[in-house]
Design a protein around this ligand. Structure first.
Ligand SMILES: [Fe+2]
Length: 307
């Protein structure tokens, strides 16, 4: 249990996942994938990074040149109006974690708080960001937004306690005692953590508009000779329709739709959907198995489980 100096509150609580940052030895190849396949648009390019956005989301993916291919960091937003980065700074430091407020670390953000979470991922938290101007036409799949990022971690409880007790996430569901799904917005999960041998990203997930959009996404992947790893299927946990494939750096990418949402936290249950097993569907611990993994009956291949 993390000993928080104060508990997360409206001034410090994480409201949404903003960006995922990838380091890559071949930035042009990965950029081509994100533009021509996923359908993001280049919003800004500096000597150190390429900033990409979805058609309805300002920014969501940052590519940086580097020696290895890896998820290098995540950024989160706190309340633009009530957000208090100074208070969050104290909260993080109270855990014995080094944190630093920086100015202009990102071209669209004046002030942001930087630290590493307990598994070593770089985290940037901000309250306000300069919006880009206008909509950008995209080719490729064209997701609605960056949905969630899943990690394999050696100590699930430690990382869950940090995200809940310090960053203000809520526990949506668990599978057994080894797989946790956390939310910071109405969406069922923004980050999820499964017990593994090492700490590393397992997959990044983009939200599509609807089931028809999943089909056109599969057609796009097929035309580009990018095979699906798993799906289409419907997860039990989160109830999202999913497909998984790999990007040009080998990262697993999920494209999903129809994820569970809690629009009213006071009600304590997910918005009713016909595929729910329980009425109402509340956060719970699922037993491991196909009911949690895929309601449509196909197990994940081993290559998926290994990441
Ligand atoms: Fe996922």
């Amino acid at each position: 249990m993390y000993l928080a100096a104060t508990k997360p509150n409206n001034a410090t609580r994480t409201r949404r996942l903003a960006d995922i940052i990838f380091e890559t030895p071949d930035i042009e190849r990965l950029l081509s994938y994100y533009v021509d396949t996923i359908g993001l648009s280049v919003v800004e390019r500096t000597p150190d990074a390429v900033y990409l956005g979805a058609s309805s989301q300002d920014y969501c993916v940052v590519l940086k040149p580097g020696a290895q291919t890896q998820c290098n960091g995540l950024s989160f937003q706190i309340s633009p109006e009530e957000g208090d980065l100074g208070a969050l700074h104290k909260l993080v430091q109270a855990q014995g974690i080094a944190a630093e407020l920086r100015q202009d670390a990102n071209p669209s953000i004046n002030t942001s708080l930087h630290f590493k979470d307990p598994k070593g991922t770089n985290i940037e938290v901000f309250a306000k960001r300069t919006a880009r101007s206008g909509q950008v036409a995209s080719r490729g799949i064209g997701p609605e937004k960056l949905g969630h990022v899943a990690f394999s971690v050696t100590d699930v409880n430690k990382i869950v306690r940090f995200y809940v007790d310090v960053l203000g996430f809520r526990e949506s569901d668990w599978i057994g005692d080894f797989f946790a799904f956390l939310r910071c917005s109405p969406d069922h999960h923004t980050v999820n953590f499964v017990r593994g041998k090492t700490d590393k990203m397992h997959h990044v997930a983009f939200e599509l508009k609807d089931w028809a959009h999943v089909q056109t996404a599969c057609e796009t992947l097929g035309k580009q000779h990018i095979p699906l790893l798993w799906g289409p299927g419907r997860h039990g946990v989160g109830h999202n329709i999913f497909t998984y494939h790999r990007d040009t750096d080998g990262h697993i990418v999920e494209l999903f739709t129809e994820i569970d949402r809690i629009h009213d936290e006071d009600l304590g249950y997910f918005e009713p959907r016909p595929w729910h097993e329980e009425v109402p569907q509340r956060p719970k611990v699922w037993p491991p198995g196909l009911a949690a993994a895929n309601q449509w009956g196909i197990e994940a291949p081993h290559t998926m489980l290994e990441g």
